[in-house]
Write a protein of this length. Sequence first.
Length: 119
Amino acid sequence: QVQLVESGGGLVQAGGSLRLSCAASGIIFSSTGMGWYRQAPGKQRELVAFISVGGFTLYGDFVKDRFTIFRNNAQKTVSLRMNSLQPEDKAIYYCNADGTLHTPTGQYWGQGTQVTVSS
């Protein structure tokens, strides 16, 4: 059974930083593409960042060099470092697994972690 457990969300002031982490189990992590998505109220879920098995990365256009995704295969974790957060970054952030560079959205999802940015 695949489990993705996110942590690290919370409340931060505009301009601040957060680091999200996702611990994976039930998958061969080193062979699995991993990503982060987010969904704000009333909006569709969108890609934040993706990292392939080989370490190649994709980012949503809105990221603009503020976020960095990285993976630790030994610990089976994928993390998202978010800098220069703005109120529009407020959303539930979801960990995603089993995507590819061609199709970043995989079939497995975590429960999500809330990120709130105050102005």
